[in-house]
Design a protein around this ligand. Structure first.
Ligand code: FAD
Ligand code: FMN
Length: 455
């Protein structure tokens, strides 16, 4: 055989190989789309109008992200999908839909997350008839809480008692368990290819370098609180909005990533956190907070994943007055908003912040006092619970200032709460309800004017 023939044969086999590869890819894709279409049809029933709703009940965005992913799988199969937060759904939307997939997390003590609290209160409190609806529920939860998947279960039972038909049994996910999530994916005809219909656009985990660590509450009666600043990975343009979350995965406990509210804004050029050092009863440090506040040395890197926290963004409230309420490390989320407001020249802000003792626990004191002096804060209420004989908390200050709270809300203010769920956020919620009434608080929640980052 001549060289030219050999070259021609070699070229021919390359082309054939390439065509074979293309065909294999095409065939795999075809089988995958057929499987997806079968699953989507099963979900939609045998109706001719397969419009599906994918509805999420989410606090910090995990259920929301899974909902968008689920919508992506259905769209791949040609099913028209609408993705909505439960608080934005009414009975008509459910009655008119052929099918609905619910992705529901649980918060508080078995409660609905804020993004579904109005739905839970208004819709689930009464009987309904959804006999033409086919549905399925993916319930997200964590078995360490007493009421595992409490809201997902209640939602499923309520839909079932309203005559809706389960397309398949409820799937319960403990702490993001990949195997149960894969079962949901298979039920929805999801392909291995990540189908993201849209929103959540957090980053993959990246190595951020610890640039600064500073103890902010020396001498405090409480556990140490540190300010941490991280430099981005070289060449990496990180983006986040005020209110977003940085997630830390600890090698010794890979099952459960820990969330931290980001306390700086993108323009600061570094990612800052405010972290309280947890100590277990046996004296060992909390897995993630111990890593961040002790094990990690300045100059070391840690893998951080940035996740959008849509429930806590400024969003449509950017032009409104803000009442920012929090305690302890909750100052992190409030500080990122205040830094964003200062940068935008938006000075109509009222900060109500609680800690233990002024001499030790006035976190970011210089910055807060400068905001007051510069007018970034129109009003400041620092509430130190142990500086007087009787214990005084932020919720008490709100009740004392109830007239002003009402007049701020009356001129359009939005309310942001960040910090402890137990004690602080539940007390603040009760105080706001006492001041403004349940109906107004429901309107504020539904309208995105009452937003919480509480844990
Ligand atoms: C949306 C959100 C935002 C948050 N933002 C912040 C923030 O800005 N700043 C901040 O400091 N925190 C924040 N947190 C809390 C944070 O995510 C962590 O939960 C916290 O730092 C504790 O994690 P850890 O790994 O250090 O503790 P872990 O090791 O998980 O321990 C936590 C607790 O679990 C129990 N426990 C766990 N292991 C043991 C054991 N071996 N023995 C005995 N008891 C044990 C103990 O009660 C212990 O106190 C936020 C949480 C959420 C959900
Ligand atoms: C403050 C807090 C309270 C929680 N309460 C419960 C609960 O009572 N029952 C449960 O199963 N899971 C509970 N969880 C776990 C969440 O449901 C779980 O982490 C879920 O994946 C969060 O999804 P989301 O980001 O969409 O809100 C709680 C989580 C937090 C941070």
């Amino acid at each position: 055989m001549t060289d030219a023939t050999l070259r021609a044969l070699a070229a021919g086999s390359t082309v054939l190989g390439y065509l074979g590869l293309c065909f294999a890819v095409y065939w795999r894709q075809r089988l995958r789309l057929q499987a997806t279409a079968r699953a989507a049809a099963a979900l939609a029933g045998d109706g001719t109008e397969p419009a599906s709703l994918v509805l999420f009940a989410s606090q910090t965005g995990q259920a929301e992200a899974i909902a968008w992913q689920t919508a992506g799988w259905l769209r791949e199969a040609g099913t028209p999908v609408r993705v909505m937060s439960l608080n934005h759904v009414d009975a008509n939307a459910l009655r008119n839909a052929r099918s609905a997939l619910f992705v529901a997390s649980t918060y508080g003590e078995g409660d609905a997350p804020d993004g579904a609290s109005v739905f839970a209160e208004q819709m689930m409190g009464s009987a309904a008839d959804f006999s033409s609806l086919r549905y399925a529920v993916l319930a997200l939860g964590d078995r360490r809480y007493a009421n595992f998947c409490g809201f997902g279960r209640a939602l499923d039972e309520w839909l079932h008692s309203a005559g809706a038909t389960r397309a398949f049994e409820r799937i319960e996910v403990d702490n993001g368990d990949p195997a149960t999530l894969a079962a949901w994916q298979a039920r929805c005809g999801g392909s291995d290819v990540v189908a993201q219909a849209e929103p959540p656009n957090g980053t993959n985990a990246m190595p951020w370098r610890l640039a600064t660590r500073k103890l902010l509450n020396a001498g405090s009666a409480g556990a140490p609180v540190y300010h941490l600043a991280f430099a981005p990975p070289p060449g990496h343009e990180a983006h986040w909005e005020s209110g977003d979350i940085a997630q830390v995965t600890v090698a010794s406990d890979p099952g459960r990533p820990r969330d931290y509210s980001i306390s700086s804004i993108h323009a600061d050029g570094e990612l800052q956190l405010l972290v309280r050092q947890e100590q277990h009863p046996d004296g060992t440090l909390g897995a993630a907070s111990g890593l961040l506040t002790s094990t990690l040395a300045v100059g070391d890197t840690v893998a951080l994943r940035l996740r959008p926290h849509r429930n806590f963004h400024l969003a449509d409230n950017a032009q409104r007055p803000l009442i920012l309420i929090g305690n302890g490390t909750g100052l992190a989320g409030l500080r990122s908003h205040l830094r964003a407001r200062a940068a935008a020249g938006q000075h109509d802000n009222w900060l109500v912040f609680g800690e233990r003792n002024a001499p030790h626990d006035f976190l970011y004191r210089a910055e807060i006092e400068a905001w007051l002096a510069d007018g970034v804060l129109r009003r400041l209420d620092m509430v130190f619970s142990r500086d007087q004989a009787e214990r005084l908390y932020v919720q008490h200050r709100l009740l004392q200032a109830s007239g002003d709270v009402l007049s701020w809300i009356g001129r359009g203010a939005a309310v942001y709460v960040c910090g402890s769920l137990q004690g602080m956020a539940s007390g603040v919620d009760a105080a706001l309800r006492q001041i403004a009434g349940d109906a107004l608080m429901r309107d504020l929640t539904a309208g995105g004017r009452y937003r919480r980052d509480v844990y």
